[in-house]
Design a protein around this ligand. Sequence first.
Ligand SMILES: [Zn+2]
Ligand SMILES: [Zn+2]
Length: 326
Amino acid sequence: MRPGPRAADVTSRCRLCGKQAAHYLNHAKMHLCENCFIKYYERKVYKSILKHNMLRGSRKVAVAFSGGKDSLALVKALHKILMEKFPEVELEVVHIDLGIPGYSEESRDLVEKICDNLNVKCHVYDLSAEKGYVIPDFQATPFRRRICGACGTIKRYLMNKIAYKIGADKLATGHNLDDVVEVLFELYLRGSVEEMVRIRPVSWSTHTKLVTKIKPLIELTEKENLYYVLSHKLPILSAKCPLSKNSRALKRKKLMNMIEAEIPGFKHTFYKSHLKRIMPHLRDSIREPTLIECKSCGMPSLSETCSYCKLISKLQKSQITHISNE
Ligand SMILES: [Zn+2]
Ligand SMILES: [Zn+2]
């Protein structure tokens, strides 16, 4: 029988230095100790930054920090890489308090604690205080089954707006290989080629109010992000978002992990083939959409009213109906 994925055990030795191993990387069939893993991880992030020119002409990078292990790994690694290799680039953190009971408080505390420790400026945006609604409000609307999608629209919109307001020229997110492969899988199934073009390491700005988005962790897996956080003995959130428990994205990630268990390296191959073989054709045939300014909020939009303003107006309408029905 073929051996399954192995965890590092007491007898495993680090491939690079021979000390006792702490982590086993399935796709690379390699044991590493904590120190060598940290170096390996940071080298990979640094190489992604260079390969895709992520910090070209940068003065200030805003990092979207939710408090989860992926964005935590991103803040820690990027902070170190900037200090060592790009000392002229400033890093500031943006956190959105989504107002989800039993989840948002813990996330916010963790974000503030980490930023304090790293001495990094932290912009906390409190959705309830700033906008007068919270994500759980969508539960009483027709969006309840697509609440993760609604939350995603809100976070993308606000993150860009805050990054723009604080004068950042890049917005870094903790999107990792698992996220990208899960989304690509769905887009391939649906044949959504226009959306596929947007799944890339860097989305360059096409409007003065649109900040360039970078994904420095795009070639790292969720597991590697977890190992990095553990190797640095950083705190991990005990709470999980109660609203995304049964999301389709999580189900697809489970499926991708089942394939990876049978075919080690599947996720890396899928992503690399997409980027190298498919993307050049898509880029040639699909034009970047022209952005105009939303007539309600003035931010970049594909149509007269941006997707954020449309969503919020639907939320308000359903709240009015809800209240008048009571
Ligand atoms: Zn080692
Ligand atoms: Zn708008």
